[in-house]
Design a protein around this ligand. Structure first.
Ligand SMILES: [Cu+2]
Length: 238
């Protein structure tokens, strides 16, 4: 019912995040309705009438304790309620053959692909600025790094947001469920050019992804004749 409020979800774990958002919205809405109804009722009940004198009151300790403790318990409950989702997204990373190193710097995202050998620090590594390409329906692991200050890798449609710290490598993951191009804004105020720090995630169907790989690493394709599933018309992408 509240789905119109959030951007399209194209992530395998997006529904878990949206569920938590919606839960908070419903609780907030219930509190808002309760406060508004009470306020309007009191406005009518205690309006000025002839012969009625104002009275002074210090408040009601019992009520104040109640409306402090109940919201506090709700917040604690929400914390426990989100543990499972947090573990799924941040702790229990899936196995993946697609690992990409993403290095943030003022003010770009450097996407480092390991190349056909799947290993970093080898000759076929390739860095492409602001252009992250992945196959659809495959878990993707990102090793997030920063060269300078704190940035934040954010893809709203993936419900993925992860701060990027200088001096640390933070492993993160997602699995996109729909081909398309999505923005990767930096979500941490990181300096003068922060608002222009924007990359793009392009999620490709497997055949299109293979064609893109063949275009980026043509030598590897020539050396690997067993890889004959590559679309011969590849190259139209990008
Ligand atoms: Cu930034």
């Amino acid at each position: 019912m509240l789905n119109w409020w959030l951007p399209e979800n194209v992530s395998t774990y997006g529904a878990d995040i949206d569920g938590l958002f919606h839960l908070v919205y419903w609780i907030t809405m219930a509190a808002w309705v309760l406060v508004q109804v009470t306020m309007i009722a009191f406005l009518v009940m205690y309006r000025n009438r002839p012969g009625r004198r104002a009275t002074y009151t210090h408040g009601n300790n019992g009520l104040e304790i109640m409306w402090t403790i109940i919201p506090a318990l709700i917040v604690v409950w929400l914390g426990f309620r989100s543990v499972e989702t947090w573990n799924k997204i941040k702790i229990d990373l899936p196995e993946s053959e697609h690992v990409i190193e993403v290095t943030a710097k003022q003010f770009n995202w450097e996407m480092l692909y390991p190349g056909p050998d799947g290993e970093f620090d080898t000759d076929d590594d390739k860095m492409i600025e602001n252009d992250l390409r992945v196959p659809v329906n495959k878990p993707i692991i990102l090793n997030l790094k920063s060269k300078d200050v704190i940035h934040s890798f954010f893809v709203p449609q993936l419900r993925m947001k992860q701060d990027v710290m200088p001096g640390r490598t933070i492993r993160s993951w997602f699995e996109a469920t729909k081909a398309g191009t999505y923005e990767i804004p930096c979500a941490e105020l990181c300096g003068f050019g922060h608002s222009g720090m924007l990359g793009y995630l392009t999620v490709l169907e497997q055949a299109d992804y293979d064609a893109w790989l063949a275009e980026q690493w043509p030598a590897a394709q020539a050396q690997a004749p067993e890889n004959d599933e590559v679309d011969p018309e590849g190259g139209r992408i990008g």
